[in-house]
Design a protein around this ligand. Structure first.
Ligand code: URA
Length: 273
């Protein structure tokens, strides 16, 4: 759900509607139709929107924010910014003030990680969905509820974990993030891993696997196998990738594979503690 933006009476309602559709707005939160302030908003790519309806499904429309920096400058800025953070709270503030990713232009919240900064298990998903964007916390919607149940089943709960996403901003209409968007957000995720120093990383889905492990192999071939992630010269985390809960909500037949992966995680935690 999005708050519609401030009314500028000079703006054509159709233009505003096109912009909302392009931005992935799926619900309104009031009966009043408001328009947007043209000067401050990203321009809709001409090729991606026809009058009144997106020319392609929203999920396929690529974002291009006028406020976003060029991707190489943004990536360098992101890396420089992350080096300054000596705590999660500092990193959160730096991320909230970071303007190098176009996704921030269309998201309602910056969804930072949640959980103990001493957690031994870190869960990494893809990106906030509509509920997470509205509430400002990761995995609070349907996927989060399923995740909670899965963790309860192996006698772990959120208090034992730190949970975050590759991207802190919801892609419009939940489309797949672009490689540039992932690259520019990755330094913030990697800094979270360095600051928490978890023993275990559980990667939820293909985007988390590809981003964290720089792994070109598919999630179906990689899930369930133990990998390692070097956090620093002194610390290496065990890594397990599994299917994303949103995939399980669509393909319930895969639940048994995730169950097997969680049992693997539980066994490893017991063996190493
Ligand atoms: N899906 C994700 O990958 N992350 C969330 O926070 C919610 C849904």
């Amino acid at each position: 759900m999005y708050k519609l933006l401030a009314m500028d009476k000079q703006i054509n309602i159709q233009e505003a509607l096109d912009w909302y559709i392009w931005a992935g707005v799926t619900e309104t939160c009031s009966d009043e139709v408001c328009a947007f302030n043209k000067e401050n908003q990203p321009v809709i790519p001409k090729t991606s929107v026809s009058v009144g309806r997106p020319s392609a499904p929203v999920a396929q429309v690529q974002a291009s924010g006028a406020l976003a920096l060029s991707s190489s400058t943004a990536l360098k800025n992101a890396k420089d910014v992350c080096l300054k953070a000596t705590s999660l709270e500092e990193l959160r503030k730096l991320l909230e003030n970071f303007d190098g990713c176009n996704l921030k232009n269309t998201a309602a919240s910056t969804v930072f990680g949640d959980g103990s900064n001493k957690a031994k298990i870190m869960l990494i998903g893809e990106a906030p969905g509509a509920d997470e964007d509205r509430i400002g916390k990761p995995f609070v919607g349907r996927c989060g509820k399923l995740l909670d149940k899965m963790f309860t089943a192996i006698e772990l709960n959120r208090a034992d974990c730190y949970i975050t996403n590759v991207l802190p901003w919801r892609p419009p209409g939940n489309r797949t993030p672009t490689d540039d968007e992932i690259a520019v957000c990755l330094p913030f995720l990697k800094r979270q891993i360095e600051l928490i120093e978890p023993d275990f990383l559980l990667l939820l889905g293909g985007i988390a696997l590809k981003s964290v492990m720089d792994c070109a192999d598919s999630i179906s071939r990689t899930r369930g196998k133990w990998l390692e992630y070097s956090i620093s010269s002194q610390k290496t985390a065990y890594v397990l990738a599994t299917y994303h809960p949103s995939y399980l909500l669509r393909s319930t037949a895969q639940k048994s594979k995730v169950w097997a992966d969680l049992l693997r995680l539980k066994k490893k935690i017991e063996e190493t503690s």
